[in-house]
Design a protein around this ligand. Structure first.
Ligand code: FES
Length: 155
């Protein structure tokens, strides 16, 4: 009877603990998953140009649909040097836009401003735009996709 009572208590406890452990460990497991993805042809980006690109996250959930897509800013500094930034402001995660004439990234939410290298120029952002690794693979531009931190509390 005691064993039966223990078993009757253990089964619901195990069922309840699965989502709790998944929620606790999920972000840690997600951060480890990274993948190189093609986002552009090198010939399609002129030197000095900054382009908005979209890509699928490294580890999308099967039911994510369009929410699996993320965006980044890709900038060609020279013939062989490209840099990419998360399109999310480092303050509270709003999408930043590129102002070509001013050569600045602007955040519409609270007035955050970033220089073209992603460093903070003005406003409340506590740190630069998150950089994303970029490489050129023959004629393809690839970025290393990973879950993108969109607020300062996740790091
Ligand atoms: S979210 Fe960009 S400045 Fe606040």
């Amino acid at each position: 009877m005691v064993r039966l009572s223990l078993l009757a208590g253990a089964i619901p406890a195990a069922i309840v603990s699965v989502p709790i452990f998944s929620a606790l460990l999920g972000p840690l497991l997600q951060r480890q998953k990274q993948e190189w993805r093609k986002v552009a042809n090198l010939a399609d980006i002129a030197v000095g140009e900054t382009k908005l690109i979209t890509y699928v996250n490294a580890d999308p959930l099967p039911w994510a649909g369009v929410t699996a897509k993320s965006a980044a800013w890709l900038r060609r500094e020279s013939e062989n040097k490209l840099i990419a930034f998360s399109a999310h402001c480092s303050h509270l995660g709003c999408p930043v836009r590129w102002e070509d004439k001013a050569q600045l990234f602007m955040c519409p939410c609270h007035g955050g401003v970033y220089y073209k290298d992603g460093t903070v120029a003005a406003g409340p952002p506590p740190k630069p735009l998150t950089k994303i690794e970029v490489r050129v693979n023959k004629t393809d531009v690839e970025i290393r996709t990973a879950p993108v931190p969109i607020t300062t509390t996740t790091q």
